[in-house]
Design a protein around this ligand. Structure first.
Ligand code: ADP
Ligand code: MG
Length: 734
């Protein structure tokens, strides 16, 4: 079958797909009461309390909640219980589940069955196997932290993130969340620095609470995260006929269909039945594994959707976020769908992000970013708020760099996603209070009041004190900040590590100033005056980062430059910021990452950038030569035949000939660029920074020209010859 016929067969298959009945062939069904199954595949605290003796449970919880070292005896008991629980639930294997710097998760399965002394198979899991394992680490990126000849890497049990079961066809696997470090102790993963950054923030936040005398009974301050995940779903048949989607998770060619998202008819529209069936199963699976998913809806672009969980502590939320991305990918094929997590799979159509909702709360459950009723009197809230404002201003470059990737470059700064300039949206109420604070007098909190909807049967609604802003990369949204620049395919752990670290530093700075200003045993008046003074100074120094206007506008770009805010346009400019002296000082001071660990991340992320661009450009060349050119040549001969036929018949063939020549010119343009790109690809450099610059400055522009030439051909080649399913075919199938 030729490619064009394959495309037509794929479209036919895609349109004939129907949603499977709820009771699937393998006997599983989606229970109408999914809540009953919540966390049934999690070795949760509740399960542990049931199964462990009081003493063992208490000692384990001290490790989990207070970071006390774990007694090996306790580990043995927990391991045995975890194994029994897993086997009772059908597990045969266990794995240390970790997050290397690939941006994915990794697992190596070992059987829970072992050969016993008398030659019989027994089930076993020792405390040491639970706590530590040694995968062959040589093939994971380490950015120079480890040469391949010293390949040792260890995974270490993270008791703060509960173990869970992953069910597949014929398999149930016990997954134990772990950190991944080299034998020198250097962090080779995303989890280790995140945990360290949470410790750092907790320590500094407690100092602030102590100053306000609100630390009673508080043992830890936790950071909380609720990531909203956007993704595309397309029919699987069509996905596999496009090498660009298969290799790069995005289309490298493709013209925009006449109907894009102009009508805004998809956003929050009714969810197509097949997609809804997929969502139900996805949610069911996530529920079983303890991921508290809450929200589902259509997103802005055709074929685009969103899923959001209820927030949890950063570490668990980030693990769950990885699990969510994997489960989306895993469940989609059961409904004949492929899920795309790339930030910009389709040109000219909205891309996908992952809004990272972030806050701080005490372990007693007080949200420290909750402004409460009379916000202008809530000095503790204002202190935490000012700490965040200062952090984002001082380290805007690092926050920007934390979301940098080749794929997110397509999104940031385009007119649909937050700009690459980091600023903070506070909204009317807080902007007003911050203005008062700057002047040194706090007297009022703006209120939204109530809204009368004009119809007697409709309720009166409380009005928020300000409107929303969609264009800000970092927005205060009621009782949390929403960092919107995170890419849809990214791990949440890294931006949150950076977030926690920069805020830890600001809390440290504020606490130090406040401790001096307040002095020992202050009267309430003295405390308030001292706090007001310190916060006033903080606002004066850092208010430039606050911006409530339209972040997409050209005026803002000019204004931001005038204010001296950094504008790191792409990953190549942003990623090296982690190697700067300022970054090293910051991360070393709070013991989140040392210089070597930071530099390894710069190297790894730049290398990943290079690899992604190279794969894309090579895929383009391949598709150009093997798919697009042959179709163009077929079109050419069709036109040539038409010219010859007219000529033979003695008819006027001038117009056809002009058409042929014009078309040949299009093909020539395409071929020249194609060969230019193929040639330019041969650049070699051992310095990933150099290489990345070359790819950004030379290869990406050529790719853009080639794409335009290819899309031009798509518009002029007969639909029955074109080998790739079009955007129209891909995006509108329900
Ligand atoms: P939006 O209106 O921006 O779509 P939602 O109100 O649906 O947002 O909530 C977005 C996310 O914010 C949810 O995942 C929610 O759990 C999370 N969230 C709410 N409060 C907090 C908090 N204190 N810390 C972190 N995330 C939070
Ligand atoms: Mg949101």
């Amino acid at each position: 079958m030729d490619l064009a016929s394959a495309r037509r067969a794929a479209v036919a298959a895609a349109t004939s797909w129907t949603t499977p009945p709820l009771n699937r062939a393998d006997g599983t069904s989606i229970s109408p009461q999914i809540a009953k199954h919540f966390a049934s595949d999690v070795f949760s605290h509740r399960t542990m309390r049931h199964r462990l003796s009081k003493d063992v449970f208490k000692r384990l919880m001290r490790t989990i909640e207070l970071a006390e070292p774990l007694d090996p005896l306790v580990a043995d008991i927990v391991a045995a219980e975890m194994k029994d629980w897993a086997i009772e639930n059908g597990a045969t294997h266990y794995t240390h589940w970790f997050q290397p710097l690939t941006g994915l998760t990794a697992e190596k399965h070992d059987s829970l069955a072992e050969l016993g002394k008398d030659g019989e198979m027994i089930y076993a899991l020792s405390g040491s196997s639970l706590c530590q394992s040694e995968p062959d680490a040589s093939s994971f990126p380490s950015g120079g932290l480890r040469a391949t000849f010293e390949a040792r890497g260890y995974t270490a049990w993270d008791a703060t993130s509960p173990a869970f079961l992953v069910r597949g066809h014929n398999t149930v696997t016990l997954c134990i969340p772990t950190a991944f470090v080299s034998w020198t102790g250097a962090a080779l993963d995303q989890k280790t620095p995140l945990l360290r950054s949470m410790d750092a923030l907790s320590k500094q936040a407690l100092r602030i609470l102590r100053i306000f005398g609100t630390d009673k009974g508080v043992r830890r301050v936790l950071t909380t995260v609720g990531p909203e995940q956007e993704y595309f779903l397309i029919d699987r048949h069509l996905y596999y006929t496009r090498p660009d989607l298969v290799s790069c998770d995005r289309t490298l060619f493709g013209t925009r269909p006449p109907k894009g998202q102009q009508l805004e008819d998809h956003y929050f529209g009714s969810i197509p039945p097949r997609v809804l069936a997929f969502m139900a199963e996805l949610e069911y699976e996530l529920y079983r594994m303890g991921v508290p998913v809450k929200t589902r809806h259509n997103e802005v672009a055709p074929g685009q959707f969103e899923i959001a969980p209820t927030f949890e502590t950063s570490n668990v939320a980030c693990d769950h976020q990885m699990l969510m991305m994997e489960t989306i990918k895993r469940v989609a094929p059961r409904y004949g769908l492929s899920a795309i997590l790339h930030e910009k799979p389709f040109s000219g159509i909205n891309g996908s992000g992952k809004h990272n909702n972030w806050s701080m709360s005490t372990d007693t459950g007080v949200n420290l970013l909750d402004p409460r009723e009379e916000t202008h009197t809530n000095m503790e809230f204002l202190a935490f708020l000012c700490a965040v404002i200062r952090a984002v201003d001082v380290h805007a470059d690092l926050l920007r760099a934390s979301v940098a990737s080749a794929s997110n470059d397509h999104r940031l700064g385009a007119n649909e996603a937050p700009p690459a300039i980091i600023s903070i949206f506070l909204g009317d109420m807080l902007t007003d209070i911050v203005g008062q604070l700057e002047k040194g007098e706090l007297s009022r909190t703006l209120k939204g009041g109530a809204m009368d909807l004009g119809a007697a049967t409709l309720p009166h609604l409380p009005r928020d004190s300000g409107d929303r802003n969609r264009t800000s990369p970092f927005a205060f949204t009621g009782n949390k900040f929403e960092f919107r620049a995170v890419g849809s395919s990214a791990t949440s752990a890294w931006p949150n590590t950076v977030m926690n670290t920069i805020v830890a530093e600001s809390l440290d700075e504020l606490a130090t100033q406040l401790e001096v200003a307040v002095g020992p045993n202050p009267s309430p008046e003295k405390l308030m005056t001292a706090v007001r003074g310190v916060l006033q100074k903080t606002i004066r120094e850092h208010k430039r980062v606050i911006f409530n206007g339209d972040g997409y506008s050209a005026e803002w770009h000019a204004e931001a430059e005038r204010r001296g805010l950094p504008h790191l346009r792409d990953s190549v400019a942003a990623i090296p910021r982690f190697g700067s002296d300022g970054a090293v000082r910051l991360f070393e001071k709070y013991q989140v990452l040392n210089r070597q660990e930071l530099e390894s991340r710069v190297t790894t992320y730049l290398e990943r950038y290079c690899k992604q661009i190279l794969i894309e450009s090579e895929t383009m060349v391949m598709m150009g030569r093997q798919m697009i050119l042959p179709a163009a040549v077929a079109q050419e001969s069709r036109l040539a035949q038409a010219v010859a036929a007219l000529k033979n018949a003695g008819a006027d063939h001038k117009e056809r000939l002009a058409m042929l020549e014009e078309f040949m010119e299009r093909v020539r343009r395409f071929t020249t660029t194609l060969e230019g790109l193929a040639e330019a690809d041969n650049f070699e450099s051992h310095d990933p920074g150099e290489h990345a610059k070359y790819l950004r400055d030379k290869i990406i522009p050529l790719m853009l020209v080639l794409r335009a030439a290819g899309d031009d051909l798509e518009n002029h080649v007969s639909a029955d010859l074109w080998p790739l399913p079009s955007y129209r075919e891909i995006l509108y199938l329900k």
